[in-house]
Ligand binder design. Sequence first.
Ligand code: ZN
Ligand code: ZN
Length: 252
Amino acid sequence: MKHPHLGRADLHMHTTASDGLMTVQALLDSVVRRGHLDVIAITDHDRLDASLWAYERRQRYPFSIVPGVEVSSAEGHILALWVTTPIPTGLSMAETAAAIHEAGGLAVLAHPYFSQMGEVRRAWHAYRRDPHYLVRAGLDGLEVFNASVVIPGSNRKAGRVAAQLGLAMTGGSDAHTLGAVGTGITHFAGDTDMHLRAALTQRETFVTGRPWPMASYGRFVADYVARRGHCLPGTFELPVDDDQHDGVALAS
Ligand SMILES: [Zn+2]
Ligand SMILES: [Zn+2]
C-alpha cells in the first residue's frame, strides 16, 4: 500500500474571528500538544483572516493547515476548503460552489440536515425532495459527520445521501471550544492535505466522530444566549507576540 498511514483531518472549526471561543493561536497550540490530527481547516463564518493567519504560518506546525471559510450562502452553510480569497455570501448554492471552484477550492455543504444560527435553508425542501439538486449545484461533498448536530439521524441521513450521489464525505467537529476540537474526523489514506484532497476528489474518505463534550456545549450555549443568537463580528486580532509561540510548534 502506498499510504499505510490513515490520516485524520478535522475540517470544520471556529475561532474568535467569528463565534468561536478560542483564539487561533490557542487552537494551533492545542493541536500541537495533543498531536491527534494530521490536517486541520479553520472555517470561521464568512471570514478568512484567522484561517489565513494560520495558513501563512503552516511551516511551523507538524500538521497540514487547509485555508478555508464557512460561507453563509442563501441556501445553507457551505465549507470552502483550500481557498485564500473571500467568497461572496448570500448567493445560491450553485453560485457559491462556482465561486469556490473559481478560487481553487472544494465546496462541501455543512451539516446538510441541521440548521444553525438561524440560517435560512431555502434549498432544504428542494434537496430533501430531490437529492440530485446537490449534484446539480456543483457541490464536491457533504459534511456527513458534524459533532455539534443534536438532531438524531441528521448525520446518518447526510451519509446515506452522499453515498447515493457519489459525493465526497467529510467529518468535522464544528468546534467552538478547544475541548471539541477533533470530535469529528475525516479519514484518508496518507497524512498531508494533498493526500486528503486527492482522497476527497476520488471519493475515498470516511468519517468517525462523537458528540461535543458536555462542557463544550455548556460554554457554547451560554455564549450563544449572551449574544442572543447573533453571530457578532469577530474579535480576532493578529497576535502581536507570535514569534514567542514558535517554541510551542518547533519544540522537538
Ligand atoms: Zn454552520
Ligand atoms: Zn460551523
